[in-house]
Design a protein around this ligand. Sequence first.
Ligand SMILES: CC(C)(COP(=O)(O)OP(=O)(O)OC[C@H]1O[C@@H](n2cnc3c(N)ncnc32)[C@H](O)[C@@H]1OP(=O)(O)O)[C@@H](O)C(=O)NCCC(=O)NCCS
Length: 186
Amino acid sequence: MRDVIEIETERLRLRPLRMSDAGRVARFAGDPGVARMILRAPVPYLECAAEGWIMTLNARAPLGADFVFAADVEGEGLVGVIGAHKRGDDSFEVGYWFGRPYWGQGYATEALRGFVSAAQSLGPLQAGHFVDNPASGRVLEKGGFAYTGETETLYSLGRNARVPAKRMRYAPAMERGVGAREAVAC
Ligand SMILES: CC(C)(COP(=O)(O)OP(=O)(O)OC[C@H]1O[C@@H](n2cnc3c(N)ncnc32)[C@H](O)[C@@H]1OP(=O)(O)O)[C@@H](O)C(=O)NCCC(=O)NCCS
């Protein structure tokens, strides 16, 4: 993962963020419907704040603690962001958001699958979603994550509130025993 510069999926190109993305990042992540489902997006989200976020990510790149990509659709530009941040243990926390005009077209699932296939070398992958965000739970399940049964209460800047989040970990089908059950059924 540390050497991965771009990830190609069927419809998306995952590539490093650049300063010129700030306008679309601020517009899409500053949508209250997006900001309330993630941790650190302010509402309103000013373009200069997005520039600061991109600058910080780029400055932290040598630490190897953040792997964040813009998701581009040809002819559109940035439609979302996906990435992973190092946690206090040896695992990485996966997160993503997509601009509202692009919801419901399978982009998040496609980006997550592409991202985790490249990110497995990082170590264990974890994720979580707020209890009122079942759509993200569905995306994570389709991307190979499974619920741990744990809940963690996290602060969302977009809501200015602490909200319970369901915890998940990357557990591909074979590890969950799905392959084994299918084999028995045959
Ligand atoms: C959640 C989000 C990433 C989904 O993006 P997307 O590109 O629309 O996702 P996909 O099209 O790949 O898949 C969405 C899935 O959720 C399902 N879904 C949508 N609304 C749902 C709901 N209210 N309850 C359950 N499932 C729901 C869809 O039916 C689809 O599943 P399916 O393919 O099995 O039908 C996007 O809405 C978003 O960015 N939201 C705000 C930020 C956010 O939630 N980020 C994740 C934080 S954990």
